[in-house]
Design a protein around this ligand. Structure first.
Ligand SMILES: C[S@@+](CC[C@H](N)C(=O)[O-])C[C@H]1O[C@@H](n2cnc3c(N)ncnc32)[C@H](O)[C@@H]1O
Length: 180
């Protein structure tokens, strides 16, 4: 009986620590770029379908959250996925779910996306605050190779208008596709 109570107390304690870490890293992520607000699963399906992804190409998500979009992209379209995320709790969660889903070719990296070189990417997905997108725009222009597709959910990227190739709308919000 005592052991049972101890186990329950230990599990609650562990849960509290994880919850606290998630919370504090969430505040840190907000300061560094954007809070964690996931793209809904319905949207993920639609966004990926409209991207015409080519198998084997590199798909990078800046701020990969719980990794749902990358898992879907890898499973359905066979792209090689890289997720950059500043919140380690989300990275651990993403890795565990990916492992249980038996998916290969997805790497989740704990990194500030401002410090990652984008030159190898074929597709880049962002769902970030406009002020963060504005700060990232010169980096996209400088580092991404010619032809890279940048997909931005909800917010536009201040590229020249000729870079915009598609806009899709669902439930009054837009996703923007750019080709560099
Ligand atoms: C709006 S959420 C989007 C999550 C995911 N992309 C999705 O669509 O479901 C933004 C994510 O970016 C992460 N983030 C914010 N600033 C970051 C930074 N400087 N470097 C890496 N990740 C960051 C947050 O932790 C959060 O998970």
């Amino acid at each position: 009986m005592t052991i049972f109570v101890l186990i329950i107390v230990f599990i609650l304690f562990l849960f509290l620590i994880i919850f606290n870490l998630f919370h504090w890293f969430g505040i840190y992520a907000f300061i560094k770029g954007s809070p964690f607000v996931p793209t809904s699963s319905d949207w993920c399906n639609k966004i990926l379908k409209e991207a015409n992804l080519i198998k084997g190409k590199i798909f990078l998500e800046m701020g990969s959250g719980d990794g749902r979009l990358l898992r879907l992209a890898n499973l359905r379209y066979g792209v090689k996925c890289i997720g950059l995320e500043i919140n380690p709790v989300l990275i651990i969660y993403s890795r565990i779910i990916t492992k249980f889903s038996h998916l290969n070719n997805i790497s989740y990296i704990i990194k500030d996306f401002f410090k990652y070189d984008l030159s190898s990417c074929d597709y880049v997905y962002v769902y970030l605050l406009p002020k963060t997108i504005a700060k990232l725009t010169p980096k996209f222009i400088k580092e991404c190779k010619h032809g890279t597709i940048i997909i931005s959910h909800r917010f536009t990227i201040p590229f020249s208008p000729d870079k915009l190739i598609k806009v899709i709308t669902v439930n009054d919000s837009n996703t923007y596709y750019y080709r560099l």
